[in-house]
Design a protein around this ligand. Structure first.
Ligand code: APR
Length: 317
């Protein structure tokens, strides 16, 4: 059992994280920080704490508006941010304005983690994923193997789900890899995806696979459109916990995460979705995949998109 997990942001994803940690009895203590008034984090924690007798789980939950609640956490999961919604004057913030706001929030998050849980593994979920995890890393001066973004678990789960549905097989028979940035440039790697160890093309036509890959790239937006407000929240939370468990239980599991690259895949100094071995030291190894010429081209395109976003981050001091 983990001693303590800290969560930043107790909205939709943060709420699922807390209840799922209790349900799995994954940690003895959970500290949740959310700045929302009047005492939103306290309320979230009290609601879930009152269910612990029903879960049969002795987990201490502490919510607060301030960051000291993260003290001593072994893991911190970051979900803090504001979504794109109308301003009081009815206009929508531009992409740049929204990024600037979320970077300001991220700077507060970085300072809070650095002060209260400097040795924690950090898993960031907040969007824009590649930019936020990069900013956290820079501001925290974190060790590269101890900080990562959650994107690949979810992106590859979406790909697996769509392919399994088309093939008419169990989702458990699927292996899939999605590389690159967490956005519409991500690259589902068909050549490394398998159904029961066999090439996916044996089960699903190339035309159908191309459609599935396009759907995977736009899958976050599809959920946003259907929900009407907010974005996917169960699948991101569960995906982040897969990463926590791999590290906490030293599983040495190969999982795609947004990792800080230092020359791998021809990338230096950026976070990019790649498969890694997760174990007790965090990211223990980055796994290289042989790509086809088309996949290489698509990955290059994705890398360029991430580079562009991170350059915007660097401009915004
Ligand atoms: N410190 C702590 N919490 C904060 C801060 C801050 N400085 N600023 C905002 N928050 C909180 C908000 O009060 C809100 O409760 O972050 C929470 C975000 O919750 P939601 O808006 O419900 O968003 P959620 O669906 O949980 O997604 C969180 O993950 O997938 C991404 O795009 C998504 O960036 C978003 C993030």
């Amino acid at each position: 059992m983990i001693n303590k997990i800290g969560i930043v942001g107790g909205g939709n994803i943060g709420g699922v994280l807390v209840s799922e940690i209790v349900s799995r009895r994954l940690a003895r203590n959970v500290g949740l920080v959310d700045v929302a008034p009047p005492e939103f984090a306290k309320g979230k924690c009290l609601d879930i704490a009152e269910a612990t007798p029903v879960y049969g789980a002795d987990v201490n939950l502490e919510g607060s508006k301030t960051y000291e609640v993260l003290a001593g956490a072994d893991f911190v999961i970051n979900t803090a941010g504001v979504p794109r919604k109308a301003k009081p004057d009815g206009t929508f913030p531009s992409r740049e304005e929204l990024l600037a706001t979320n970077l300001k929030i991220t700077d507060l998050v970085a300072a809070g983690i650095k002060k209260y849980a400097p040795n924690a593994f950090v898993i960031s979920i907040a969007n824009p994923l590649d930019a936020i995890v990069y900013r956290l890393f820079k501001k925290m001066k974190a060790k590269p193997h101890r900080i990562m973004g959650m994107a690949g678990v979810l992106d590859s789960a979406r790909y697996k789900y769509f392919v399994a549905e088309a093939a008419g097989v169990s989702v458990e028979n699927l292996e899939a890899v999605v590389l690159g940035g967490h956005g519409d440039t991500m690259v589902p790697i068909r050549s490394a995806s398998r159904i029961y160890g066999l090439p996916v093309e044996q089960f699903v036509s190339k035309t159908k696979l191309a459609k599935i890959e396009a759907r995977t790239r736009a899958a976050g937006g599809e959920v946003v459109g259907l929900l009407g407000s907010g974005s996917a929240f169960v699948s991101p939370a569960i995906s982040a916990l897969e990463m926590v468990e791999a590290i906490a239980f030293d599983k040495k599991k190969i999982i795609p995460v947004a990792a800080y690259l230092q020359g791998e895949y021809g990338v230096k100094g950026l976070f990019l979705g790649v498969p890694v071995i997760l174990g007790k030291d965090g990211i223990e190894k980055i796994i290289k995949i042989k790509l086809t010429a088309d996949e290489k081209k698509a990955l290059k395109n994705s890398i360029n998109a991430v580079k562009k976003t991170c350059a915007e981050v660097d401009k915004n001091k």
